[in-house]
Design a protein around this ligand. Structure first.
Ligand code: TRP
Length: 339
């Protein structure tokens, strides 16, 4: 028997999504998208630009359209290979929205009310507390459950949403019979949380008002250098990872992620040198690391025909994978077959 087709267990399935709300940050890259690429051989991966989720906060139509195409191209530039993974745009597969409705009838008002992201976002967008913002986690559950994903790479801020998806899956399965895989969070071994360069106790975020707080993966070298030179640190001068040194810890984490060096190696490298030197080294390492991503993005973004082809293939694959699940759900719930 040929070794490849053997008895090996089937690959586990991974689903993850990212919102098309502007260029990815260094935090999105190091914490999420870069790792997505590394999972493609070991797992069956499905990656989605979640434009349906994006409209839970106000978006200009032209901007959303642009941002969605950019996000798709960025995803490929970060190493997602559309030959290996299913890479698509959420609104192109109507099964997400359809399943979301059914799941919303197995989700309790009370449990959605407890979502901390809903509370935060409704405080930040008090003029637009729409129902979609409230049911956002149900759509996210539909994204995951429609594919029977085994594993979901997510950051800490999405843990509560994944927990909800698990609860909804279990509840539906109990009521209607085994239908959905109950997904587990996937925590990458070297997944790091990147903090703001201006307030290293907060996560790096594109919604930060301070432009120096956040590095974007398409920033040019001068911009990257400037942001790192201005990064907030502390008043001693030792490059070492220690509690209370949030700024330095963050810079060391970033430097380690882009160079592959350990904290000890970094400490030795910068022993006796000041923070100024270290910040320049981090800026350079980040700029060098991101240069190929920027180039690849420019190449892809100029090739709309190729991008559109990838998007079309991805959404077809996604549709086929999920239609079967949705049909099963409809039968289980008791909808009459349409012949
Ligand atoms: N809510 C996620 C975020 O903002 C994005 C997302 C949507 C997602 N659907 C998903 C992530 C499904 C993982 C799985 O980061």
């Amino acid at each position: 028997m040929c070794q490849h087709e053997s008895t090996a267990a089937p690959k586990k399935r991974i689903f993850s999504g990212i919102q098309p709300t502007g260029v990815f940050t260094l935090g999105n890259y190091i914490g999420a998208v870069r790792n997505w690429g590394k999972l493609q051989d070991e797992y069956e991966c499905i990656y989605c630009i979640v434009d349906l989720h994006a409209i839970t906060v106000m978006q200009g139509p032209a901007e959303l359209r642009n941002n969605t195409m950019r996000a798709y191209a960025l995803m490929l530039a970060c190493g997602i290979d559309p030959q290996k993974s299913v890479a698509f745009i959420q609104s192109h597969n109507p099964n997400h929205a359809e399943l979301s409705w059914v799941l919303s009838c197995s989700t309790m008002f009370g449990e959605l009310s407890r979502m901390t992201q809903f509370k935060d976002k409704s405080a930040r967008h008090a003029d637009n507390i729409n129902a979609g913002l409230f049911t956002y986690p149900v759509l996210m559950a539909a994204d995951i459950l429609a594919y029977n994903a085994d594993l979901v790479p997510i950051g800490a801020d999405q843990k509560q949403h994944l927990e909800l998806a698990r609860n909804v899956a279990v509840r539906f399965n109990q009521r209607f019979g085994d239908t959905f895989t109950v997904p587990e969070p996937y925590v990458p071994q070297n997944g790091a949380r990147v903090m703001s360069l201006q307030d290293p106790t907060k996560k790096m975020s594109k919604s930060d008002e301070n432009a120096n707080a956040c590095v974007y993966i398409l920033d040019d070298k001068d911009t990257i250098m400037r942001k790192f030179k201005r990064a907030v640190t502390d008043s001693d001068a030792e490059v070492c990872y220690r509690e209370g040194k949030d700024g330095i810890n963050n810079l060391m984490t970033i430097y380690g992620c882009v160079t592959g060096k350990t904290m000890d190696e970094i400490t030795v490298e910068f022993a006796g040198r000041g923070y100024g030197d270290f910040k320049i080294a981090v800026g350079e390492a980040v700029a060098d690391h991101l240069a190929p991503v920027r180039n690849e993005y420019a190449r892809l973004y100029a090739d709309k025909a190729y991008l559109n082809e990838c998007i079309a293939t991805g959404s077809e694959q996604a549709y086929r994978m999920t239609r079967k699940v949705l049909s099963k759900v409809y039968r289980r719930v008791g909808f009459v077959d349409h012949k």
